[in-house]
Design a protein around this ligand. Structure first.
Ligand code: ADP
Length: 439
């Protein structure tokens, strides 16, 4: 400030001296005023430059102005730099925040007071079937037309979530979307969506499963309690009593088998997949299950089946021995139970051309029609219900086989021709199969 005053005084003084040289008091005064005006003009020019620079608000470089206006510009520049940094930080934080919401498995939509989409993450867009960029600013009620949503929006009671159909993989297979609105701010709304298709499917499967198990247990229980009542109310001869007890024991055994298969399944589902496990000689496994199958065949049919091991390369498999035995014996027991007496059953281990190995069971039984094949490994799915019951089937055998195969990184395959027979395979990946090196 003092510098400015000195500058002004000096210029006025210069003007006055110049006027005084003309030896007149008027010229002296005019010279001082002229000096003052020149200073004002220069000062305005500098102020103008600072103003022009301020319009561009460059926080990096201040204008080349000296003196008071230079100081003003410098202070402004520092302040602008601070504000710029703050704005950059806020922007980065906002971007992080939006990226986090984008990554969320739940859908998030922000609606303005009129119900227009202000922002939405991609998950919400895919749940509700709108195109993220194009549909910004659109009224949400024009895009989500499900009647339940329209009613929800117009009633304005958002305490409960609702469920609507979302665009699924196919029009006939819509996804199930759970949606809830949370009002906030000045009449704005936060809309959250969640894909509950899998949860609903699991719930339906759980209900079906409980219904199936109850049904499976109720039948033998009804038979058992019927016999108990008969034996309590009617005096029976020794022969009849013996016969009834035999039938009761059969039903009790059926329930035992069912419970045991259910426990096996729940153990398989509930435990972590086995690591590499031990290397087991496949021949040892095969001999074990073939002996079992011979016993079952002799107990079930006359004449018994021709059960044969097909010799293949010496193979070692890695996994959990009890699980592999259970899966193999389930396949052989099916072949025995569904193939008429005298039929041929062959089983063995072999390597696959594309790598890995497989356990196969081939029978000359009735075969299975192609439309049943995809559902065979579902729990309680039976093609021949009465044959399954007669031979003590639980409907869980192939479900157990599938679980064991999958836990070992493999799968179950079925080839079948009606009237000719079937081949069931447990396919294991290369990491679990190796040829025994002899010599
Ligand atoms: P189950 O205890 O009833 O045998 P599974 O899960 O083992 O149940 O098999 C499912 C169904 O697949 C059986 O009910 C049967 O109808 C059919 N099935 C399985 N193996 C064979 C086979 N080797 N030949 C013909 N049908 C079979």
């Amino acid at each position: 400030m003092i510098r400015r005053a000195i500058e002004l005084l000096l210029l006025m003084l210069g003007g006055a001296v110049w006027g005084w040289a003309h030896e007149s008091a008027h010229w002296t005064l005019a010279g001082a005023v002229l000096g003052g005006l020149i200073w004002v003009a220069f000062d305005s020019l500098r102020a103008q430059r600072v103003l022009r620079w301020l319009n561009k608000a460059d926080g990096e470089r201040s204008p080349d102005v000296a003196g008071f206006w230079g100081d003003v510009a410098d202070r402004c520049r520092k302040h602008i730099r601070k504000l710029d940094k703050k704005a950059q930080n806020s922007e980065a934080r906002l971007e992080d925040f939006l990226a986090a919401i984008q990554a969320s498995p739940n859908g998030v939509v922000l609606l303005d007071a009129a119900g227009r989409i202000e922002w939405s993450n991609l998950t919400a867009a895919s749940h509700l079937g709108f195109v993220n960029e194009r549909d910004l600013g659109q009224y949400v009620r024009n895009l989500v037309r499900a009647p339940a949503f329209v009613a929800y929006l117009s009633q304005g009671d958002f305490r409960q979530e609702i469920q609507i159909d979302g665009p699924g993989p196919r029009p006939s297979q819509p996804s199930k979307i759970s949606l809830q609105i949370h009002p906030y701010g000045k009449k704005r709304k936060l809309m959250l969506t969640r894909d509950v298709t899998a949860v609903q499917l699991a719930e339906t499967m759980r209900r079906d499963f409980v219904a199936n198990v109850s049904h499976e247990i109720r039948t033998p229980l009804t038979v058992l309690s019927g016999f108990v009542e008969t034996m309590q109310s009617i005096p029976l001869e020794e022969g009849d009593r013996h016969h009834y007890l035999g039938l009761m024991s059969q039903q009790a055994h059926r329930m035992q088998t069912l419970v045991s298969d259910l426990l096996t399944l729940s153990r398989l589902e509930g435990s972590p997949a086995p690591g590499p496990g031990e290397w087991i000689d496949s021949e040892e496994l095969l001999t074990h299950v073939l002996q079992e199958a011979q016993g079952l065949s002799h107990a079930l049919v006359r004449p018994p089946h021709h059960i044969q091991a097909l010799a293949g390369p010496a193979i070692w498999v890695s996994g959990v021995k009890t699980e592999l035995l259970s899966a193999m014996s389930n396949l052989l027991s099916n072949a025995v139970r569904y193939t008429p007496g005298g039929g041929r059953i062959e089983a063995g281990w072999r390597l696959r051309a594309e790598g890995g190995g497989e356990f196969f069971v081939t029978d000359t039984g009735p075969g299975i029609a192609p439309d049943h094949l995809p559902r065979l490994t579902e729990r309680f799915y039976r093609v021949d219900r009465s044959r399954s019951r007669e031979t003590g089937g639980t409907g869980l055998g192939l479900a157990i086989v599938k679980h064991v195969a999958q836990r070992h990184g493999g799968q179950v395959e079925v080839q079948s021709t009606v009237g000719e027979g079937s081949t069931f395979l447990i396919v294991l990946p290369a990491a679990r199969v190796r040829e025994r090196v002899t010599g």
